[in-house]
Design a binder for this molecule. Sequence first.
Ligand SMILES: Cc1cc2nc3c(=O)[nH]c(=O)nc-3n(C[C@H](O)[C@H](O)[C@H](O)COP(=O)(O)O)c2cc1C
Length: 219
Amino acid sequence: MHVHASAAAAVGTRRERCVLARGTRVAYVEAMNLHEAIHTRRAVRAYTPRRVEESVLRELLSAAVCAPSAMNAQPWLFAVVQDVRQLKRYSDQAKAMVIARTSSDPKSQLYAARMRDEQFNVFYNASTLVAIGTADRATYSEADCWLAAATLMLAACNVGIGTCPIGFAVPVLNTPEAKAELGFPPGAAVVAPIVLGYPSAEPEPVPRAQPRIVSWSRP
Ligand SMILES: Cc1cc2nc3c(=O)[nH]c(=O)nc-3n(C[C@H](O)[C@H](O)[C@H](O)COP(=O)(O)O)c2cc1C
């Protein structure tokens, strides 16, 4: 990533200071270190309408494919959606699918209530969806896709772009119609839908439990 210290503006939130758009060129300032990105990344659920620039997305996808994969198979395929109406259509379908599958489980009831809210968009009105899928049905293909997703999310955090995995969108994105529209081969599976965009609010920190270490053998 490029660092242009001259582009630094000493105003706004840390995230706002991270990315300054100059036409199509984006200058990255105050890039985080890896430790900071790991410890500050949050699921972002509020976005500005600003579209993530193609050059930035390409850099993030280049980072995603640095993820490890079983046998170095690199089985991931990426579909990028920046069409707001297409995203709204998928969101509406995803909501209907969740409602149709509602059970008596209280959590399921809670989700269904959320989905009945007309204003709710499962993609949080983010400008961009990256759907990561695979045509390989190898044992670790799904794990590989999620590793690419995690790498993408950390790379995005590093440059002030918010992300959130959207499990609710998995069923709709795996319909034959959506897969065809997105360019995935019919036998492919869409594994990891990730939304990206410029955050409109700083997410609250989410508590983490200490690592549950169940054993630690030493000679
Ligand atoms: C497989 C997976 C699916 C998820 N699906 C959704 C989703 O559909 N909607 C959502 O708002 N967040 C979703 N999340 C985000 C999690 O809720 C979030 O990562 C978790 O609460 C921890 O918060 P943090 O990411 O801010 O640390 C998903 C996360 C994962 C890993």
